[in-house]
Design a protein around this ligand. Structure first.
Ligand code: GLU
Length: 483
């Protein structure tokens, strides 16, 4: 299938609000493969307009993990390109000018409703079992009058005027035509009262200005797409083609979630999955080779790829399959290369140097080093269940304490031992847990033992993703414990 008319330009647009997600890698792979097949460009754009949740550390982690996976982009915040900047927080003025144009053309309007009024309106609508969208109170305001109020400093958001009655039709290559009745589409906020754009406005403007030809993204954005199509029309722009990829699922069929599957790309890297196996695995999610072969290289995928072979049914993220694939790749690596990868991944000198001061005091023989330090190098540890349970607590109380502390750890942006310790001490104070109890349970969950080097320093070296995964394993074991 040749996309003859235009030079293909595709993008991924992750928001740096958490650890790099396997879903981003999956969408990234499909975009990358399509771009390479079509001789087009693959672009990385960082959508960091949600200032309260976006962090530069997460952006750096996304970039590093996508590079590890081998998905190299042609334009992006780290390498620049003809449509820079590629970070939305640096493009605010652009969005504001288009919002103003929309207001001028009567395609958008100021809304002065207070958060309290909106909350009340929503709950009233919900109690009448209606859709919770905006009720249009400010739609009738005289635009001149509204502009005056706004200019005099009254807080207002800018909303998209959805033409009603009306209908928007989305034709998506991997699913049937979807029709959206405009009466069910909310008058989307485009610009917030602080002048910052919402995802919808920034996303559409950037896709247009960056000359994106195909928006290939996850299924969860389908409900946003009619708003985007209406925006393109309001701005007088031709929309790109939209292709929505199926959502990845846990083995029980639910949307992939960190409670049931590790979702951080860092986990896969730190556990020792090979990037080539990971790419192969992601490629197999929902897509099949014409000859149904399961093991294929990136080059082979690029040659054979077509959207028609993607099934819209959500593929299961099957860890066992990934391990099987990884084993296959490991077996075919030449000895020298396998050695290099083990050294790089499991025994990097940096890590050994950090471990040394923690174990020195505990050694009488060099040969004991693995006895005291094994957990730094292992993927999983399997502690004895009773060791995980503090004296005066039940298994389920221990599980609850672990899962609350896991949330605290997950939300940490810095993974340095001092920050980990600070956060856990604060957590204990808030929840009334004893620090000693929590640290012992965490120590056992993370190291498998009761006597180890200091637990927060150990966590730092074990790494965030593996720490979180080991806590999950301990929680599962505790939940299965006989009552
Ligand atoms: N910023 C959105 C995300 O985090 C981008 C969605 C899109 O591709 O339009 O996934």
């Amino acid at each position: 299938m040749a996309e003859l008319q235009k030079k293909v330009r595709v993008r991924i647009a992750p928001s740096p609000t958490g650890d790099p997600h396997v879903g981003t890698a999956y969408v990234g792979l499909i975009n990358y493969v399509f771009a390479r097949q079509q001789g087009g460009k693959f672009i990385l754009r960082i959508e960091d307009t949600d200032q309260s949740r976006s962090r530069p550390e997460y952006e750096a982690a996304i970039i590093e993990s996508l590079r590890w996976l081998g998905l190299n982009w042609d334009e992006g915040p780290d390498i620049g390109g003809p449509y820079k900047p590629y970070r939305q927080s640096e493009r605010k003025e652009i969005y504001q000018s288009y919002a103003e144009a929309l207001l001028k053309d009567d395609r958008a309007y100021y809304c002065f409703c207070t958060p309290e009024r909106l909350a009340q309106m929503r709950s009233e609508k919900l109690s009448r079992k209606e859709l919770a969208g905006y009720d249009g109170l400010c739609l009738g305001l005289d635009p001149e009058e509204a502009k005056k109020r706004r200019d005099s400093g009254e807080p207002a958001v800018t909303r998209l005027k959805i033409p009603r009655p009306g209908e928007t039709v989305l034709s998506d290559r991997i699913r049937k035509e979807i029709r959206f009745d405009h009466k069910n589409i909310d008058d989307q906020v485009l610009l917030k009262s602080d002048g910052l754009p919402t995802y919808h406005l920034a996303n559409v403007i950037d896709d247009h200005l960056m000359k994106i030809t195909h928006v290939i993204r996850a299924e969860e954005w389908i409900t946003s797409t009619p708003k985007h199509l209406i925006l393109y029309q309001a701005l007088g722009w031709e929309p790109p083609e939209f292709i929505h990829l199926p959502l990845l699922r846990n083995p029980d069929g639910s949307k992939i979630s960190k409670r049931k599957n590790p979702v951080s790309l860092n986990y896969y890297r730190e556990m020792g999955f090979l990037p080539e196996a990971m790419r192969n695995f992601l490629g197999l999610l929902g897509w099949t080779m014409p000859d149904e072969r399961e093991i294929f290289s990136l080059e082979e995928m690029i040659t054979n790829f077509s959207f028609e072979r993607i099934s819209p049914a959500g593929p299961v993220f099957d860890l066992e399959k990934l391990k099987w694939l990884n084993g296959n790749y490991i077996r075919t690596l030449p000895d020298q290369e396998l050695l290099r990868r083990i050294q790089e991944q499991v025994f990097p000198e940096e890590r050994l140097k950090k471990i040394l001061p923690l174990i020195r005091e505990r050694l009488e023989l060099l040969s004991q080093c693995l006895d005291v330090a094994d957990f730094f190098f292992l993927g999983e540890v399997h502690p004895d269940l009773p060791d995980l349970i503090p004296k005066k607590k039940s298994a389920s109380e221990a599980a609850a304490m672990l899962s609350q502390s896991q949330e605290v750890l997950e939300s940490l942006v810095s993974w340095e031992s001092a920050d980990i310790e600070d956060a856990l001490r604060r957590f204990c104070q808030e929840k009334g847990y004893q620090i000693k109890e929590l640290f012992m349970t965490l120590r056992v969950a993370i190291t498998g033992k009761r006597a180890t080097p200091p637990v927060c320093e150990s966590m730092e070296i074990v790494g965030k993703a593996i720490t979180i995964a080991r806590i999950s394993l301990a929680i599962t074991a505790l939940k299965r414990a006989p009552k």
